[in-house]
Design a protein around this ligand. Structure first.
Ligand SMILES: C[S@@+](CC[C@H](N)C(=O)[O-])C[C@H]1O[C@@H](n2cnc3c(N)ncnc32)[C@H](O)[C@@H]1O
Length: 213
């Protein structure tokens, strides 16, 4: 059984889009807000926010920055519909487009920065997704990923493995993704990893490593 079927994952996000912000409101207030601010402060030039969801990052892109424009993509039209309501709150130009990270219609080497927040837990084929991001980012560009990953803890790691199929079934979220390994499998290079919550939530800075192509 393929628990990471693209159509099924997309349908799950479409289904929860209208209640998504309400469900995650308390967590946003407690901790995500400061992490989003840190994440978005890294952006410059032409920015791709991959898996923009309901647009929770949009208000955090800083004014008076070197950001030319943020293109936010998501494969869930319903999540994008909610994000549209937040475009006016943003301090930088925003464009929202329906697109699948695993199969982008953008040309090669066009983005200066790629941002993701809690996305690679859901991308059905994460290595394929990272390969596509590598294709569309400039050689000089950087990816900044705020992601939750599988814990290396001797109890928590195996527990995440056990509960993963249920989590995907209920929400489309894999709780045991080895995202750093997936980044490396795509050919990119991890520049730094900043742990934000134990060894589970991390800000990962990535270089596309295109000289190796
Ligand atoms: C957990 S939500 C996070 C949304 C947003 N980044 C945030 O921080 O609130 C994951 C998002 O990734 C999107 N997503 C997952 N796989 C995708 C894919 N292959 N292409 C585009 N969007 C994808 C989902 O539709 C969803 O909106």
């Amino acid at each position: 059984m393929n628990i990471n079927n693209t159509e099924e994952i997309r349908a799950k996000y479409d289904k929860k889009a209208s209640s998504y912000d309400m469900a995650f409101g308390p967590m946003e207030k407690m901790m995500m807000g400061k992490w989003r601010k840190l994440l978005c402060s890294k952006a410059n030039g032409l920015v791709l926010e991959a898996g923009v969801g309901t647009g929770a990052n949009l208000a955090h892109y800083p004014e008076n920055s070197n950001i030319e424009k943020v293109i936010g993509i998501d494969f869930s039209p319903k999540m994008l519909e909610v994000a549209k309501g937040k475009v006016l709150m943003a301090k930088v130009p925003i464009e929202l487009i329906e697109a699948d990270i695993q199969n982008l219609h953008f040309e090669e080497d066009i983005f200066d920065t790629i941002i993701t927040a809690c996305v690679f837990c859901s991308v059905p084929d994460p290595v394929l997704g990272f390969k596509e991001l590598r294709r569309v980012i400039k050689s000089s560009g950087k990816l900044y990923l705020l992601e939750h990953v599988r814990s290396e803890g001797i109890f928590l790691g195996p527990l995440m493995d056990k509960l993963n199929a249920l989590s995907v079934k209920l929400s489309g979220v894999n709780i045991n993704r080895t995202t750093e390994k997936n980044i490396e499998l795509s050919g990119m290079k991890i520049v730094s990893v900043e742990p934000l919550l134990r060894d589970i939530v991390k800000l990962i800075t990535v270089s596309p490593n295109k000289q190796c192509l």
